[in-house]
Design a protein around this ligand. Structure first.
Ligand SMILES: [Zn+2]
Length: 689
């Protein structure tokens, strides 16, 4: 028996890494609730069939365990033949007549068992007509019949059917859980291993339980599992040449590059694929610090990575790997266009790539130094739109007035519902457009007896100096400033900021020093507070601080603003953080830099508008951290659009015709919500609750 079958979970407690799905299913069982019709979605080999079978068994077991698991001893548990309930959609074509014939005899009130669980794997291949017939049965199910659909592509399933199912995502295992599983099985089976070998296997198999165990099976036949045995099994010896090549590229050592390439016994097309894959992996993982699922083999390269990055940093004279972003972008986009697989042409492209890395990266550096904070918005995110493009649409819902901080106002003001909306939307747009997050928060409060204009002037100065802290690099600052009536003195300012520099080593202490100096110069006049994030806290810090601003709306017990309390609850702002809004004679809300009016409009042009979970009232998604994924998809779409325009301009021609062609291309670009995405947006899957 294969390890994958032998260790298939037989109770809920053995299912690793799916707390959400397991809790839901065991609750249905324990409450003896009406069996639910399910949609299990997730990558292949993630364990959807296992969950479906556990569910079917537990629904019928006569002696369920306290956690809702089947007993695995009663008549049903020992006699069940799942295959009779499982319909093989791809194998039979998913035609209406076939499915109806199969259902005939199965779709009836069960007499022998309590619940018949009809399972359709690869459900996205069900034909539309068949989906319609199934829909009728799902809508008004016979008592004692439950449907389970499983798919890798939930969005390919017919909308009407999908929306009537309880959708449960089955996720791949995290690295720790994957190693835990491998270790458990290796120990039970007496397979010798070292932990590095298992860790590498876990990262190659990306945390899919069945693949993990199949890999373990293959390796166990070849003796003890070590780093070396895993490497040779999965062809990782290639990666050593790749590392050598990148070390030589980092040092601009042309002679060594030529030797390595000449000794590499692979076709140039394969070498190019390795290079592209490693460039991508380094960009997302090391430079942007994102948990990027790329090619598992290049992702698993650990040895040599920091030497390569260190080499590039030294040569290009930047303090940290994060600063390599502007240099890595041209290397990535060099391979952007689909290249020909003609051997000679690829050789030429490779030589041009070496030339780019060895000589022209330095030029990119001098171009960068000319850039200043004034040029904000011009290099937004990775993809810079071609200058010939004019704005087509903008995301109106996100564009609000951008006033100067603390501008005196005739009408007394305090944070209102529209203000909260602007804060949430712009904070979300920051990450969608740039991948950046709020990573610093400051508070400046006047002491008693201090005049309000003194504090406002102080805050203006503070934000100006913050801009100076960010200077030297374009587009590296965003601030949201909220002025409120102070608790002791007249005014408190709360500032949420993104400072790109903060993500580089040493910058934290530099910002702290500057801040402390600012504060000391003002002792006895203002009270100061600051909180700085680090790369790891990412969006957790971002939303905690942004919601801290929103908490200034209070609830309607304080302020007769209808709906304020409901909004605070929808945003899940803890009640203890709510503050009583008191009007002050100033403009209270200001956005600058990457969340300022210009930057937002610029990024929202070309139909590349932003999503807003707030405007869609998708409250549960506001803090669910989809923005970095959206940012990756945006970049892909952006690059595609830019290429379409570039390709057009290569042919040149009559300006009027050219403009007309441009117009046609722009008209064909997809609306914000219909752009392709590799993540599941809230409108893509209606989950009933
Ligand atoms: Zn049982």
């Amino acid at each position: 028996m294969s390890l994958a079958n032998k260790y298939r979970p037989t109770r809920f407690s053995e299912v690793l890494g799916q707390p959400h799905a397991v809790t839901f299913l065991s609750t249905v069982i324990l409450r003896k609730a009406k069996p639910r019709n399910l949609l299990l979605f997730g990558s292949h080999a993630s364990g959807k069939t296992t969950l479906a079978r556990l569910y079917a068994k537990a629904l019928n077991c006569s002696d369920v365990a306290p956690d809702g698991s089947p007993c695995n001893r009663c008549t049903f548990c020992t006699d069940v033949d799942y295959e009779d309930w499982e319909y093989d959609v791809p194998g039979t074509g998913g035609e209406d007549a076939d499915i109806e014939a199969w259902l005939d005899g199965r779709y009836r009130k069960p007499t022998d068992w309590k619940t018949t669980v009809l399972f359709f794997d690869e459900a996205h291949e069900i034909k539309p007509k068949a989906a319609d017939s199934l829909l009728k049965r799902v809508e008004e199910p016979l008592p004692g019949v439950a449907f389970v659909f499983a798919t890798t592509e939930p969005r390919a399933l017919k909308n009407t059917l999908r929306s009537r199912l309880m959708a449960l995502e089955v996720r791949r295992l995290g690295a720790t859980e994957a190693v835990k599983l491998l270790r458990h099985v290796a120990e039970r089976e007496g397979i010798a291993y070292d932990i590095d070998g298992l860790a590498l296997l876990a990262s190659i198999k990306r945390g899919y339980p069945r693949d993990l165990l199949i890999g373990l099976d293959q390796l166990a036949g070849m003796g003890p599992i070590t780093l070396q045995s895993v490497k040779s099994m999965f062809g990782l010896d290639q990666t050593e040449r790749l590392i050598d090549l990148f070390l030589a590229l980092a040092d601009a050592d042309e002679a060594r590059q030529i030797t390595i390439l000449a000794d590499w016994p692979e076709e140039v097309g394969i070498i190019v694929k390795w290079i592209q894959s490693f460039l991508t992996s380094v960009f997302y993982r090391d430079i942007l610090g994102l948990d990027f699922v790329g090619d598992p083999i290049t992702q698993s390269i650990t040895v040599g990575r920091s030497e390569i990055l260190g080499g590039f940093c030294r040569r290009l004279d930047v303090p940290s790997q994060r600063d390599l972003r502007p240099f890595w972008e041209p290397m990535l986009s060099f391979w952007d266009r689909p290249s020909s697989d003609h051997e000679t042409e690829l050789q030429l492209r490779l030589a041009l790539f070496q030339d780019l890395v060895n000589r022209r990266l330095g030029e990119a550096r001098s171009a960068l130094q000319i850039g200043s904070y004034e040029s904000k918005g011009e290099s937004f995110g990775i993809a810079v739109p071609a200058p010939a493009i004019h704005p087509q649409t903008s995301s109106q819902s996100l564009v609000e007035a951008n006033e100067k901080i603390g501008q005196p106002s005739n009408e007394p003001n305090s944070l209102d519902i529209e203000g909260v909306r602007a804060i949430v939307n712009r904070a979300s747009a920051l990450t969608q457009a740039t991948g950046y997050v709020i990573n610093a928060a400051f508070e400046i409060s006047s002491y008693p007896g201090v005049k309000a204009p003194t504090t406002v002037a102080r805050v203006q100065r503070f934000v100006r100096e913050l801009e100076e802290q960010a200077a030297g690099r374009p587009s590296s600052l965003a601030t949201i400033t909220l002025l409120e009536a102070g608790q002791f003195g007249p005014v408190t300012a709360r500032i949420c900021a993104h400072l790109t520099q903060l993500d580089t080593p040493g910058a934290q202490s530099r910002v702290q020093e500057w801040f402390d100096a600012f504060w000391q110069a003002d002792e006895g006049v203002h009270d100061f507070d600051r909180r700085l994030s680090d790369v790891k806290r990412g969006m957790k810090f971002h939303w905690a601080e942004v919601m801290g601003l929103c908490a200034g709306l209070g609830g309607d017990s304080f302020y007769p603003d209808v709906g304020a309390r409901a909004l605070m609850k929808n945003l899940r702002v803890q009640k203890t953080r709510w503050r009583q809004p008191v009007a002050i004679p100033y403009r209270v809300l200001t956005f600058t830099g990457l969340v300022g009016q210009d930057a937002i409009e610029k990024a929202a042009s070309e139909g590349m508008g932003f999503l807003s979970a707030y405007d869609d009232r998708a409250w549960r998604h506001i803090k669910s951290e989809w923005e970095p994924k959206e940012w990756l998809d945006r970049n892909k779409e952006f690059a595609l659009r830019r290429r379409q325009i570039e390709d057009l301009e290569i042919f040149g021609g009559d300006p009027v015709q050219l403009e007309e062609k441009r117009r046609q291309i722009r008209a064909s670009w997809l609306e914000v919500k219909s752009r392709p995405r590799r993540w599941m947006p809230w409108w893509g899957l209606e989950v009933d609750s």
